[in-house]
Design a protein around this ligand. Structure first.
Ligand code: DAH
Length: 343
C-alpha cells in the first residue's frame, strides 16, 4: 500500500506537469483526485492494512491527497493567470470618449476661399497676392480713381499716413482690385506681356459700422483676365461657369449695369441664393465686374489697342453666407465654438 501511494504521488505529479491546457488538467483531476479517481480507488484497501500500520499508512494517504490537490490548485491558478494575460488589458473595440477627440478644422472663410480658388483654378486662373498695407497709388490712382474722388474720402478709408501728404500715403487696402494693378505692373516690369489670368483672395478694410451684413474687415476675391479679344460675353460666361461649379447646376446669375471707375462698361453681379435656411432664394449682390478701363491698362503699361480684359471682385463673406446659409456676418468673426462646430 505504501509503495502504491508513493507511485501514485510521483506519477501523478509528473503527469500533472505535462497537462498543457484546461482540458488536460480536468482529465488529470478526474483520473487522480476525482471521486472515481486513483486516490479514491486506493482507499478501500485501508481495511486490509495491518492494525499497527494503519495510522502511518493513513497519514501517508492524507499526505499524498494533500500534495496532489495542492499541486492541482497551483496548476489551475497558473492557467487562470496565463489566460488573464492573454485578454487585452484594454478593450480596443470599445467606442472612444468623444471629448478626448476634439478635432479642429480650418475656419469657414478659409475653406470657402480655398474652394473659390480651386474653382477658378480649374478655369485656368492663377493665384496672385498683394499687400494689405497698400498705398493710394495702387488702391486709387492707377485704378482710375483720381484725387478728389469721393471714394477716397478719409471717412471711408483707413489711412495710415495723412491722406493730404504729398507722395503716396499708405492705407489699409479697401479693395482687392489693388492686386490687378500689382500683377499687371509685375508682368510688364519683368518684360512679360498678357495673357494675364489671376484671382486674388484676401482681406480688405473699410470703416463701416458693424451690423448683420457689414464689417470693418472682410474678404474679397478679385479676378483679372487680359488677353487679345476678351469681351463682355467671356466675362458673363466665366461668371456663369463659376456660379454653376460652386453653387450647383441650377445656379442663376444676373448682371446689372453699374459704374466703377476701373471698368467700362461695369456691372453688379447678382446671384439667386437663400441667405437664411429654408428661405426662398433672392437676388443677392455678390460684387462688381466689368471690362477693364483702358486708362487702367495704360497706367500699367499695357496697350489697350492690343489687349482687352475683364475684372471682377466678389465678397467672400457673402458667398460663404449664401452657400452655407449663415444669416449674420458677425458669426464669421465672433468665433463662437457652437457656430464653428456647425459650419
Ligand atoms: N473693387 C470693387 C469693390 O470693392 C469691386 C469690383 C468691381 C472689382 C468691379 C472689380 C470690378 O474688379 O471690375 O466694390
Amino acid at each position: 500500500m505504501l509503495d502504491d501511494l508513493n507511485t501514485l504521488q510521483t506519477q501523478g505529479l509528473a503527469e500533472l506537469e505535462t497537462a498543457a491546457n484546461a482540458d488536460a488538467l480536468e482529465a488529470w483531476r478526474i483520473a487522480y483526485i476525482g471521486p472515481k479517481g486513483a486516490l479514491k480507488a486506493l482507499m478501500p484497501r485501508m481495511k486490509d492494512v495491518p492494525r499497527e500500520q494503519k495510522a502511518a499508512v493513513g497519514a501517508r494517504l492524507n499526505e499524498v491527497k494533500t500534495a496532489l490537490e495542492a499541486a492541482f490548485e497551483r496548476k489551475k491558478a497558473g492557467f487562470a493567470s496565463a489566460a488573464a494575460h492573454e485578454e487585452p488589458a484594454v478593450d480596443l473595440t470599445e467606442p472612444g470618449i468623444v471629448e478626448t477627440a476634439h478635432l479642429g478644422r480650418r475656419h469657414i472663410i478659409t475653406r470657402v476661399r480655398a474652394e473659390l480658388v480651386e474653382v477658378f483654378a480649374r478655369m485656368g486662373f492663377d493665384v496672385a497676392q498683394g499687400p494689405e498695407l497698400e498705398d493710394d497709388e495702387h488702391n486709387f490712382v492707377k485704378l482710375n480713381i483720381p484725387a478728389g474722388h469721393p471714394a477716397r474720402d478719409p471717412i471711408d478709408n483707413f489711412y495710415v499716413d495723412d491722406p493730404n501728404t504729398t507722395g503716396t500715403p499708405r492705407m489699409l487696402r479697401s479693395q482687392t482690385s489693388t492686386v490687378q494693378i500689382r500683377t499687371m505692373e509685375r508682368v510688364i516690369g519683368e518684360g512679360g506681356t498678357p495673357p494675364i489670368k489671376i484671382v486674388s483672395p484676401g482681406r480688405v478694410y473699410r470703416p463701416d459700422t458693424v451690423d448683420a451684413t457689414h464689417s470693418f474687415m472682410f474678404h474679397q476675391i478679385e479676378g483679372l483676365y487680359i488677353d487679345r479679344g476678351v469681351t463682355m460675353s467671356d466675362l458673363k460666361t466665366t461668371l456663369l461657369q463659376f456660379a454653376r461649379a460652386y453653387f450647383g447646376h441650377d445656379a442663376e446669375i444676373r448682371l446689372r449695369p453699374s459704374f466703377f471707375p476701373f471698368t467700362e462698361p461695369s456691372a453688379e453681379f447678382d446671384m439667386k441664393i437663400a441667405l437664411k435656411p429654408g428661405e426662398e432664394p433672392k437676388w443677392v449682390e455678390l460684387g462688381g465686374c466689368g471690362m477693364v478701363d483702358p486708362n487702367v491698362l495704360k497706367a500699367c503699361g499695357i496697350d489697350p489697342e492690343t489687349w482687352t480684359g475683364f475684372a471682377f471682385g466678389f465678397g467672400i463673406e457673402r458667398i460663404a453666407m449664401g452657400k452655407y446659409a449663415i444669416p449674420d456676418i458677425r458669426m464669421l468673426f465672433e468665433n463662437d465654438v457652437r457656430f464653428l462646430e456647425r459650419v
